[in-house]
Structures are given as structure tokens and as C-alpha cells.
Design a protein around this ligand. Structure first.
Ligand code: ZN
Length: 202
């Protein structure tokens, strides 16, 4: 399956001058929501991810996604893995488990995102799950931005990766495009202005 082609066909790999949530600038931006707007594609991608996870032999009770980004991918993956699905959400800036979701002791939880950049949000939600007695057994995402080493990929872990090294990280593809600090951004130097994805209808 050519994941990059699927993203491009869905106009989900945007080219321009973007300000990312980290504050860095990039010429490209992945808009996974565009890929997932077709439920059939969401199912297709989740099935491919589930196949990888099943092949690893990892035991999973529950998939947990951090809202909003991971919600659709998480649901589709839980469906493909035939397991429970819950989500974490940010309340006044802090990740929380609400909605009456309960975590039993040593419940095996797989964190799921649409895209893993450094894995910060996933790990923030993971620490809440662990504080409630759950056990994080792995991380999964449709796309990997290339800062963390995933299973079956030669990419090395970069220092800013926040995922723990002792649990597996599954993703369908690496999207390793350059990011620049605003001071060093060649696009800024050319005189264009970085836009925040989502702020102008993208
Ligand atoms: Zn820039």
C-alpha cells in the first residue's frame, strides 16, 4: 500500500509555508483529517496498521487516542483490532480521561494518533492512563514524522522523540520533511509568511 500516494490523492499532503504547533516552520503539512474524511480509506489504513500490530504478537485490551487528532484513527484501529476504544481530551490545557471511561488495573493500552511527530500528546495521555492503573504496551499512528523510530523502518530516533524506547511504535509510513526554526527558515528568508494550518481553510 502506498501511503504517501493515498495522502497526496486526498490532498492531505499540503505544500506551502506552514507554522507547526511546535513553532517550527515547514514547506509541507500533513492533514490526516483529509485522508480520513473517506471512511473507507480510514478503514483501509487502520486494517493495514492492525495487520502490523497483530503480526508483532502484542496483546492489547484497549486503544486510547488523544483528542482531537487521534479520534478517527483510534476508533478505526480499535475496530480493526476488535478491542475497546477510549479517548483522552485536553481540559484547560491538561490531558484527562473523562466521559465515565474506567481503566482497570494492568489494562493493556495501545496509544493511537493520526500522526506522531515527537509523541508529546500521546505520552501526556499515556501518563494519565498509567496514573489510573493502566499499562501502555505500544504506540500506533498512521503516519510518522520521522523523529521516532517505528517498527520495520530504518529511521533512527531523534533526541526530541518523547516515545519510550522500551515499547513498540507502529506506523504505516515515514514522512521526513525538513522543519526549520523561524530564524533559519529559508521560506521566511524568501519573504513569504508562514501560515498556521487550519487558519485559512486548510
Ligand atoms: Zn518560515
Amino acid at each position: 500500500m502506498d501511503i504517501k500516494k493515498i495522502y497526496m490523492d486526498a490532498d492531505a499532503l499540503l505544500e506551502g509555508h506552514f507554522k507547526l504547533s511546535s513553532g517550527n516552520h515547514s514547506q509541507f503539512y500533513l492533514q490526516s483529517a483529509k485522508v480520513l474524511e473517506d471512511p473507507k480509506t480510514a478503514t483501509l489504513l487502520a486494517n493495514a496498521l492492525a495487520l502490523q500490530i497483530r503480526a508483532s504478537g502484542l496483546e492489547i485490551d484497549t486503544v486510547c487516542a488523544p483528542a482531537l487528532g487521534g479520534l478517527i484513527a483510534g476508533f478505526a484501529l480499535a475496530q480493526a483490532l476488535d478491542c475497546r476504544y477510549i479517548f483522552a481530551e485536553r481540559i484547560e490545557g491538561k490531558m484527562a480521561i473523562r466521559r465515565g471511561f474506567e481503566i482497570s488495573k494492568d489494562e493493556k493500552v495501545l496509544m493511537c494518533e493520526d500522526i506522531i511527530t515527537t509523541g508529546g500528546s500521546a505520552m501526556e495521555a499515556a501518563s494519565v492512563i498509567e496514573s489510573l492503573g493502566g499499562k501502555i504496551v505500544g504506540v500506533a499512528a498512521l503516519a510518522n514524522r520521522g523523529f521516532c523510530k517505528r517498527e520495520n523502518s530504518g529511521i533512527a530516533t531523534k533526541p526530541n522523540c518523547k516515545l519510550p524506547q522500551d515499547i513498540p511504535f507502529f506506523a504505516l509510513a515515514d514522512f521526513t520533511f525538513e522543519m526549520y526554526s523561524p530564524e533559519d527558515c529559508p521560506l521566511c528568508k524568501e519573504g513569504s509568511q508562514a501560515i498556521k494550518p487550519g487558519s485559512r481553510g486548510n
